[in-house]
Design a protein around this ligand. Structure first.
Ligand SMILES: [Zn+2]
Length: 314
């Protein structure tokens, strides 16, 4: 039989009188229809699942919209919150601005040295006094133009009024504040240095000679900045030293000292090490510093900062 089409093929399989061909053909047709039915069933299931999924999504649409709106709202709140930053800080300098506003230079625990503008309206809310240098407070800040922050709120913590009762004490505190101003870059926080500054300001009223704490602060600050390397040997020839010369934060023998180096006796060099490493207020209180030695420490501090090119003449 000549098969010319699909219907001819089906007709041949079903109605042929050849038994083997008929059996083979019947099985093939059955498999074909079963397979076809399975595919149809699967397709139907997929379609039903898809419709069900769409119905499910449609049912949940109001919830999804609400969830998205809530997430957006929370994100905006978070953004607004992130713009406000609270930090503990000490006022280093106050500059009157316009008629009643002020620009403060602060040394803060979390942001280092920063400049902050404080409006007259906020100043009038501070009932317990004004914002003067050496005042410690909790500042709530928002980002302003360039590097200038805006002060949104202030909680006074300590106005350090005892520092203002004694001129040498006040002078030492102001010199510490100036040492911070002239050595710290903007926005370079150091909790270690901040804690040292706070601790020394609090202890200034408790010591008879404020210049001991000031000298120790200068030396510790140089070490904190990595500008101090005092050993018992000349930094160049390694010769053991008794009398020595200090410059660039190091000790030299007479032969290798720069011509501007400051001369220190062996006893004075040992006192510098106590000022440097002492962690005991009692030990510092027991020291006796001459005025000339204290002045040399101050000169050494300023000279070392200038040599290192980090002296900030603000
Ligand atoms: Zn030498």
């Amino acid at each position: 039989m000549l098969v010319k089409s699909k219907s001819d093929c089906t007709h041949y399989i079903l109605f042929t009188k050849e038994p083997i061909a008929k059996l083979f053909g019947g099985v093939s047709v059955a498999i074909f229809w079963l397979a076809k039915g399975g595919v149809r069933s699967k397709l139907q299931t997929v379609c039903e699942n898809e419709h069900e999924a769409r119905r499910e999504i449609a049912r949940k649409t109001p919830q999804i919209v609400l969830q998205l709106a809530l997430k957006t709202f929370l994100a905006k709140i978070s953004l607004m919150t992130d713009k406000l930053q609270s930090t503990d800080g000490i006022v280093l300098h106050v500059l009157p601005f316009r008629d009643y506003d002020k620009i403060l230079t602060l040394y803060t625990r979390d942001l280092g040295v920063i400049k902050v503008i404080i409006r007259k309206s906020l100043m009038s809310k501070i009932s317990r006094g004004s914002i003067d240098p050496l005042t410690r407070a909790e500042f709530v800040l928002s980002a302003g133009k360039n590097d200038l922050f805006r002060c949104e709120d202030i909680s006074l913590q300590n106005q350090n009024l005892k520092l203002r009762e004694h001129l040498p004490r006040l002078q030492a505190a102001c010199d510490m504040a100036y040492a911070i101003t002239s050595s710290q870059m903007l926005h370079k926080p150091s909790s270690e240095l901040y804690n040292l500054f706070i601790s020394f300001l609090e202890r200034l009223p408790l010591i008879s000679d404020p210049e001991i704490l000031l000298s120790s602060f200068y030396i510790k600050l140089l070490r904190h900045e990595g500008l101090l390397l005092i050993t018992d040997f000349c930094s160049i020839c390694r010769a053991p030293l008794s009398n020595s010369y200090l410059a660039k934060g190091e000790r030299f023998c007479k032969e290798h000292a720069p011509n501007y180096a400051l001369s220190f006796s062996k006893t004075e060099a040992e006192m510098i090490q106590i000022l440097n490493f002492s962690r005991s207020f009692r030990e510092l209180s027991a020291m006796e510093l001459t005025r000339a030695f204290a002045m040399k420490i101050k000169d050494f501090f300023t000279m070392t900062l200038r040599d290192s090119s980090i002296f900030l003449d603000r």
